[in-house]
Design a protein around this ligand. Sequence first.
Ligand code: C2E
Ligand code: CA
Ligand code: CA
Length: 417
Amino acid sequence: MNTGRIVILDDEPDVAQTVALVVGSVGLEPVITPTASAFFEEIDRRMPEFIALDMVMPDMDGVEVMRRLAERECSAQIIVISGLGGRVLGAAERSALEHGLNIIGAVPKPFSSLELRKLIIGARPNAPAASAPFPTSEPMVSERQLMLALESDQFRLAYQPKVHCGHGRLAGFEALLRWHHPEHGVIMPDRFIPRAERLGLMDLITREVLQQGLAWFSNHFKACRPCYGAGEGEAADASRPTLSFNLSAKNLHDIDFADTLQDLCRHHAIDCDQVILELTETSAMDDPVTSLDLMTRLRMKGFQLSLDDFGTGYSSMAQLVRLPFSEIKVDKTFVMSANRSRESRTAIHSIVELGHNLDMRATAEGVEELATLEFLREVGCDLAQGYYIARPMYGDDALAWCRAHAGSSDPTDSDAT
Ligand code: C2E
Ligand code: CA
Ligand code: CA
C-alpha cells in the first residue's frame, strides 16, 4: 500500500480540484482521475492509502466501481463523495461495507472541507504503521507467522473505555487485539483474525487475549477501584468496572470454554460478572445449538454476554429473543453517521428501545462527536464508547486516562483527540 496517497475519482473538475486541495492540506498526495478506466489504472499501479469516490459517473456507477474494488481486495480507506440523497448514500455505504471494503465515511455534495479533513485526520492514526505497511491482502499471513507471534509475545491488547452516557463515569473497557509485527509494525485485527479463524488458531489466540486482559485488569485495575466507587443511591455493583472481550464463532465450538474461562477468572481473582463476552449475531448463529448451550452455561456462571455490531446482520427477532444476551451494542456505522443521517438516528433509537424491552443494556460504539453523545443521552442509551471519549490505548495509557477521567467524569469535558 502506498501511504500518503489518495486517488480521486470525480468527473467534475471543480469538485476534484477542491478535494485535491483539501486532502493536500492534510499531507496527502492527490491523483485526480476523471474516468473509471483511468481510476482503475491508478489503483492497480499505486495501491493508494485513500480513495475519494464520486458515486455518480457517466461511464460507470459507484456501485459497480465498489464491486470491482472488492474483487481486487482493495484495502484503501474509501470516502464516498456524492450529491445523492442521504438514504441512497447510506445504502451505498452499507453495500460497500458488506463487500468488505473499508469505507470511512460519506460526504454529501456540496461538501464541507472541514468534514473531509476530519475524516482523513481521524482515519490516519488507526492505519498500520506508515513506515512499513503490511502487505494489503490478508492471506499473506501464514500459520507459522501467527504461531511465532503467539510464541514471541507479539500480540498486545489495547483497551477502549466505555462510559455511562448520563453521568460520564467509567463503565468498563473493551480489549482489542493488536499484532506488533517486527517488520510490518502494528497490524489491526481485521487484517489477521479472519485468517486465524480459517487456520483454526482462534482458541490459542483467544486464550492469550483472555490471559493478558484478565492479568491487566486484576493487577492494575483492582487497585484503582476506589476511584470508581458507587455514587449516592447507586448499587455498588453497577459501578464496578467491566472488561469486555471479543469472541469469534470458532470459540463457541469449544464446549469447555465456560469452564476454562471460569478457571482463568478464579486464578486472577476476578468475579465472572465483571467479564463481558462480545459476540456478533452471525457468530452466535453459526452453530445455533452448540452456541445456545455454551451461552447458557456462560450466563449461569455469571458472565455477561453482549450482542456486538447489532444492526448489520440478519437475525430475526425470534433468534434474538432466544439468546441470553445482557447487552446490545449498536453498530458503529449507525453511530458514526448519527449527526448527518436521520435514518441512522432512527435505527439507534429503535435498537436502544428493543434492547431495553428485552432487558438488555444498550451501548453505542463509534461515538466521535459531542452531538452524538447528547443524542444518545436523549434516547436513553446506557453506555457510550468511541474516539470522542477515548481511543483504544495500551495498558499504562488506559490507566493514566482513568486517573485523569476520574477527576472530570462528565463526557462533555472530554479532551479526547
Ligand atoms: P469491534 O468489536 O466492532 O470493535 C470496535 C472497533 O471499532 C475497534 O477497531 C475500535 O478501535 C473501533 N472504534 C472504536 N471507537 C471508534 C470510533 O469512534 N470511530 C471509529 N471509526 N472506530 C472506532 P479494531 O480495534 O480495529 O477492531 C476491529 C475488530 O476486530 C473488532 O470490531 C473485533 O470484531 C475484532 N477483534 C478485535 N480484537 C479481537 C479479539 O481479541 N478477538 C476477536 N475474536 N476479535 C477481535
Ligand atoms: Ca466488539
Ligand atoms: Ca462492534
